[in-house]
Design a protein around this ligand. Structure first.
Ligand code: AHM
Ligand code: MG
Length: 342
């Protein structure tokens, strides 16, 4: 049997990247490997989700006598534990938890990075067999190594991200991550249980013809957003339209599609929720970093997402993200009022 040695696994790829930087310590590579491991464990449970529903709901006991945990709690624990046991992470903050966690052991205290994550984004879609995902962000800590990490380590603007990525648990399972050097995508090969490089050097096309937004909220959006959405529908063949509307309701899947095929994803503010729904630190910053490294753009309608200084771990911001020319087009219509700015 011939083995295709041209395909790199995630581990091989991160080690290869490391060789280009003689002074690199390998801490980021080891952290990415840890995240990949947690993702594989979560993937197994996501695939069993339907079965678990038959065997017992969250809060009950399964046939092995173990507690059946809600999948998002399970995912949260997997990512937290794997990072705690690793050597590169001083602490985490998660969309699932009110406050950050500083790892209180000697190895973690010496670690260089902190990680923020949304362990299972789009978890409302689990019951209906629709793609869901994990989103993560890696920052270099600003507190002194050797001590417990602090809130300031987490409340950094997105521009300071060292790496960011996401996993999609979908028709196949993928891990995509970005560093300043580029965005690369890996698909889980279930036969060997490894993420394999399948989408090297992902570029976000400057143009696209898919827009992604919750139309149900249309009458709650600002006028400029409404006008842009209407413009997407009005375009004729001569100017590339009408655009196609796609909205899965799992940000990971919707933005992944925009990244691969070109497109724009929007979660604007509404009259009742002026800052929208999505969290700056767990959802918007990581995707803004990935999409910008790939050549796209991300704003809150006023300023670049990556320039926003977070003041709360769970703060929400409106999000507009995607292909650079579509973002330019949006900006012609959407000139929001200052009072909606962060
Ligand atoms: P969650 O973190 O509670 O899963 O919510 C985030 C999700 C995103 O993945 C998705 O884009 C959005 O919520 C959909 O919200 P809505 O149903 O309001 O359109
Ligand atoms: Mg989420």
């Amino acid at each position: 049997m011939s083995i295709n040695r041209k395909i790199l696994t995630l581990d091989e790829f991160t080690i290869q990247q490391l060789r280009n930087f003689p002074h690199a310590t390998g801490e980021l590579s080891s952290l990415l490997r840890d995240l990949g491991l947690a993702a594989k464990r979560v993937n197994v449970e996501v695939n069993k989700a339907g079965l678990v529903d038959i065997l017992g709901d969250a809060g009950t006991v399964n046939i092995q006598g173990e507690d059946v945990k809600k999948l998002d709690v399970f995912a949260n624990n997997q990512f937290m534990k794997v990072l705690q046991h690793g050597v590169s992470c001083a602490g985490i903050a998660s969309e699932e938890m009110d406050d950050f966690v500083a790892f209180d052991d000697e190895i973690s205290k010496k670690a260089k990075y902190v990680v923020m994550f949304d362990p299972l984004d789009g978890s409302g879609n689990i019951d209906v067999n629709i793609s869901i995902g994990t989103i993560f962000s890696v920052y270099r800590r600003v507190s002194e190594r050797g001590t417990l990490c602090t809130k300031e380590d987490f409340l950094q603007s997105g521009i300071n991200q060292v790496a960011a990525g996401y996993m999609v648990y979908g028709s196949s399972t993928m891990m995509v991550y970005a560093t300043r050097r580029g965005v690369n995508g890996f698909t889980l090969d279930p036969s060997i249980g490894e993420f394999c490089l399948s989408h090297p050097d992902i570029q976000c096309l400057p143009d696209g013809n898919i827009y992604s937004v919750n139309h149900g909220n249309f009458f709650r959006y600002e006028k400029g957003v409404q006008e842009y959405i209407t413009e997407c529908q009005k375009k004729d063949k001569s100017n590339g339209g009408p655009y196609t509307q796609r909205y899965i309701g799992s940000m990971v899947a919707d933005v992944h599609r925009s990244l691969i095929k070109g497109g724009i994803f929007m979660y604007p503010g509404t009259t009742d929720k002026p800052n929208g729904k999505l969290r700056l630190c767990y959802e918007c910053n990581p995707f803004a970093f990935i999409v910008e490294v790939a050549g796209g753009k991300a704003t809150n309608g006023m300023i670049r997402i990556l320039d926003i200084q977070p003041n709360d771990l769970h703060q929400r911001v409106p999000l507009f993200i995607g292909s650079s020319n579509m973002m330019k087009e949006l900006e012609e219509f959407h000139k929001p009022q200052k009072e909606l700015a962060v």
